[in-house]
Ligand binder design. Structure first.
Ligand code: ADP
Ligand code: MN
Ligand code: MN
Ligand code: MN
Length: 336
């Protein structure tokens, strides 16, 4: 009997930032299909998701792809349910209200590659700093690039897993990188970002590195922080055809700044200072091609006759894409 290894992946209950967990299920004669993945359970008292007295939580499979690093392996993204079948309070995916997948999302995941011995990003000498920012963004050459092997291997893993990864680039700080994933459907975009993060975490074990998702790991220095820009559209935005309609969507965000910031990642106040291509956390602004705004109207959208997509630049690198998407949908959906 052929054996397959299914890696069940979920989000734990840690605060203020949930982390990834996974365990391996061995099954016989597996079809490779999501509908043939059984629900599974885990000890929620070990992940801050249950009390010891009634500790079982349920893992409900929602997305599957081949595991490119494991023979006969599959990656199974799951959402956490209570024993009675209702969504667990830590389940951000269940809060997405987009049954017809009208919302498309492209997330730009930034991160730092860290040296566990120094606790500093790759390229940072112990006790000091490399040359100032400037040459690292999309940089080339040994004096500018730190961790390209890792970044390229992660890209190959994502492609081989069938994720809709669209690209990668070196970011503004030394040791800082980005990759982007796009999907038609908010839940799918979230699933793929989380599986992409899982592949990155697991690869970091092999390289003896770790991933830093903190939005401002170098504190109040002149070094950029990390975001997870959320590019989004629905039928209205894709077919708006006028400046007024696009601006009406942007305006809908103004009165709910706090609600958005609440799910845009912990410690984001340290990043959204108004410097380093960010808008201040207390402000709300939008503008064409404006990388200092809360929401950027891409030139693409203006040039396509005010139809296309928008970029919310505020979400931090440690945000949960499910919760970010759910909140954006809640704000944009009522706009007519
Ligand atoms: P930048 O770094 O200039 O902000 P990127 O190329 O890194 O831009 O990211 C742009 C993202 O916008 C990509 O993930 C892309 O898939 C996404 N995108 C493009 N068109 C749409 C659309 N219609 N709806 C949602 N996202 C979109
Ligand atoms: Mn980008
Ligand atoms: Mn970027
Ligand atoms: Mn961007």
């Amino acid at each position: 009997m052929a054996k397959s290894k299914l890696e069940y992946i979920w989000l734990d209950g840690y605060k203020p930032t949930q982390s990834l967990r996974s365990k391996t299920k061995v099954v016989s004669d597996f079809s490779g299909k999501l509908e043939d993945c059984d629900d599974w359970s885990f000890d929620g008292s070990s992940t801050e998701q249950a009390e010891g007295g009634s500790s079982d939580c349920i893992l409900k499979p929602v997305f599957i792809c081949p595991d490119p690093a494991v023979e006969n392996g599959y990656l199974v993204m799951t959402e956490v349910m209570n024993a009675d079948g209702t969504p667990h309070v830590t389940n951000g995916r269940a809060t997405i209200d987009d049954p017809d997948d009208d919302f498309w999302f492209g997330f730009e995941q930034e991160y730092f590659l860290m040296n566990p011995e120094t606790g500093l990003p790759l390229g940072f000498p112990a006790g000091g700093y490399p040359a100032p920012q400037g040459p690292y963004y999309c940089g080339v050459g040994g004096q500018n690039v730190y961790g390209r092997d890792f970044k390229d291997e992660h890209l190959d893993l994502c492609i081989d897993a069938g994720l809709n990864i669209e690209g990668t680039n070196g970011e503004v700080a030394a040791g800082q990188w980005e990759w982007q994933i796009f999907a038609k459907g908010a839940a799918s975009a979230g699933d793929q970002i989380w599986v992409g993060r899982f592949l990155m975490e697991r690869l970091s074990e092999k390289y003896g590195l770790y991933i830093e998702y903190h939005p401002k790991p170098l504190g109040a220095t002149d070094w950029n922080g990390s975001g997870m820009h959320a590019n989004f559209s629905n039928t209205l935005i894709r077919t708006a055809g006028s400046k007024e309609k696009i601006e009406a969507v942007c305006e809908a965000f103004r009165s709910v700044v706090d609600e958005h910031i609440a799910v845009y990642g912990a410690y984001n106040d340290q990043r959204l200072t108004g410097k380093h291509e960010t808008a201040a956390i207390t402000d709300f602004s939008y503008g064409v091609s404006d990388r200092g705004a809360s929401i950027r109207i891409p030139l693409y959208t203006k040039n396509k006759g005010w139809s296309g997509y928008l970029e919310d630049r505020r979400p931090a690198s440690n945000a949960d894409p499910y919760k970010v998407a759910a909140r954006i949908i809640k704000t944009v959906k009522p706009v007519k």
